[in-house]
Write a protein that binds this ligand. Structure first.
Ligand SMILES: Cc1cc2nc3c(=O)[nH]c(=O)nc-3n(C[C@H](O)[C@H](O)[C@H](O)COP(=O)(O)OP(=O)(O)OC[C@H]3O[C@@H](n4cnc5c(N)ncnc54)[C@H](O)[C@@H]3O)c2cc1C
Length: 472
């Protein structure tokens, strides 16, 4: 098989001799690698099943109507499509043949000299996939839309409901998972509900609004330093979020969550239930493990060599959330976060270029930039390599870091202006109920009922827009 650029003639004759690098996934890691390859002597094909790069850390802002979809997503063609040596192809890679050096997507086999897998991670329900339609995760744009639609439709129904008990049910949200995404979502949803109910709904009372944050661990933000978790918990409780910590989700049914664990059995009733509790590497990890014998860890991540290659295949690298990289001073795998993903993508691209020129590159060293979570307007907690910052200074660090990381200047400007507008007016700009009104899935919360016996595709750590389906 000849390895042409897109299996067509390359636009320039000189390119025919250049090695062909295929990058699967245009997220944090893949996009960074692509930028590093732009205008270098390699042919690059970037394959992604979506036509945009998604800034996942701000998904909670879409879910809570602070910003809209396009503010957190950037079309890949506009990001890297202008480089003469980069081609972008839309499609889902469904198989990899390491011996033939080919990937399969859109039912075609496609050759590579170097392969960078950066397909990220999805959500997991720890074997309880039937919970997925009842408690959507927050990994892709459609999930954030769905959470927003469920909450807003529940509030709309509450405004028309004479029964006070039913109104309280409709005004209750359960968020499972008290990591950064869960805390951010819970803090933003309670703010949204209090504000909307106070000013824009005539029949609803702020006292009936409830956001309950549940985690099996006995504190919030368990991956951050204890004082920061405590500060976040205090802020959330003061804002009106109820914490149910040390509580394990035993069952989820339409509008109900049963908890067990250290705190004893209890049942929560909530019209809107969200799931931010589990992450699992994309299915390409396990697929490549089957095809190549590369080990995977419990989260389905490929256990990679110091240069991110997989054993026996120096031409295949796995980066970002897809890999377990434990070549660190304390031998602990790097966290599944945007910072490491960007650094890995950039390093691997530079390493490939150096090797092609017969050079060696310095070993990968992760620069820990810290972690942070924004819990409310003007309030964030930040762990900057042991330096703990909370409140307004934390929010300033959070805002600057996120603006710096956003890969698109237009989005940077849009986000900054929307944050300022929201802080000045307390108004949210993206509170639209979009999609078909009967698009609710699996739970009877809205003005329209969903069938109960709906079937859902089995989850396997991969989040697909197809899992948000219209109920006809
Ligand atoms: C709600 C939420 C909040 C977060 N908050 C933070 C935060 O505050 N700070 C932080 O550092 N990190 C945060 N993270 C984690 C961070 O977003 C991830 O670690 C990061 O996105 C990983 O980058 P990646 O390049 O490995 O994968 P991704 O950015 O997920 O990109 C993967 C890409 O691969 C594509 N893809 C997947 N499978 C295929 C396939 N088979 N074929 C073709 N394309 C495919 C996808 O469409 C996607 O574009 C958050 C994550 C979530 C979900």
């Amino acid at each position: 098989m000849e390895r042409f650029f897109l299996e067509l003639e390359p636009p320039a004759e000189a390119m025919r001799q250049w090695p062909h690098v295929v990058i699967v996934g245009g997220g944090f890691a893949g996009l960074k690698a692509c930028h590093a390859f732009a205008r270098q002597s390699v042919r690059v094909t970037l394959i992604d099943k979506r036509n945009f790069n998604l800034f996942q850390p701000l998904l909670y802002q879409v879910a809570s109507g602070l910003v809209s979809e396009a503010d957190v997503a950037s079309p890949l063609r506009q990001m890297v499509g202008h480089a003469p040596n980069v081609q972008i192809l839309l499609g889902e890679v469904t198989d990899i043949d390491p011996e033939a050096r080919e990937v399969v997507f859109n039912n075609q086999r496609y050759g590579y000299d170097q392969l960078i897998l950066a397909s990220g991670s999805g959500s997991t329900y720890f074997g309880r996939e039937e919970w997925r339609p009842l408690a959507p995760p927050m990994k892709i744009l459609e999930h954030a839309d769905e959470i927003r639609r469920r909450l807003l439709m529940a509030l709309e129904e509450a405004e028309q409901t004479p029964d006070p008990q039913r109104r309280r049910f409709l005004q209750t949200v359960v968020v499972v998972g008290a990591g950064p995404a869960g805390c951010e979502l819970a803090g933003s949803l309670i703010e949204l509900m209090h504000r909307a109910v106070q000013h824009e709904f005539k029949q609803l009372s702020q006292h009936d609004c409830s956001v309950i944050l549940v985690d099996v661990v006995d504190r919030v933000l368990p991956t951050m330093a204890e004082p920061l978790g405590a500060a976040a918990a205090r802020y959330l409780e003061a804002a009106g979020v109820e914490l149910r910590l040390g509580a394990k989700v035993e069952a989820i049914a339409p509008g109900r969550v049963r908890l067990g664990g250290a705190t004893g059995e209890q049942e929560l009733e909530a019209a809107t239930i969200c799931w931010t509790a589990g992450v699992r590497a994309s299915r390409l990890g396990r697929l490549l493990a089957e095809r190549s014998g590369c080990p995977v860890d419990r989260g389905g991540r490929l256990v990679v060599e110091p240069d991110f290659s997989i054993p026996g295949h120096p031409e295949i690298r796995a980066v970002g959330d897809l890999c377990a990289y434990a070549h660190t001073p304390d031998a602990r795998p790097l966290p599944g976060m945007a910072g490491p993903a960007v650094q890995m993508g950039g390093w691997v691209a530079r390493d490939i270029l150096a090797r092609l020129q017969g050079n060696t590159s310095t070993p990968f060293r992760w620069l820990d930039l810290g972690s942070m979570a924004v819990i409310g307007p003007w309030y964030a907690v930040a762990d900057l390599r042991g330096w703990h910052v909370t409140g307004l200074p934390g929010w300033i660090f959070w805002a600057l870091a996120h603006l710096a990381f956003i890969p698109d200047t237009e989005n940077r400007i849009a986000l900054f202006s929307k944050w300022m507008w929201q802080i000045a007016t307390r108004q949210r700009t993206a509170l639209l109920i979009t999609g078909r009104p009967d698009q609710h899935i699996g739970v009877d919360v809205g003005l329209y009922r969903a069938p109960r016996d709906e079937e859902w595709p089995g989850g396997d750590g991969q989040d697909d827009a197809s899992q948000i389906q219209a109920v006809a």
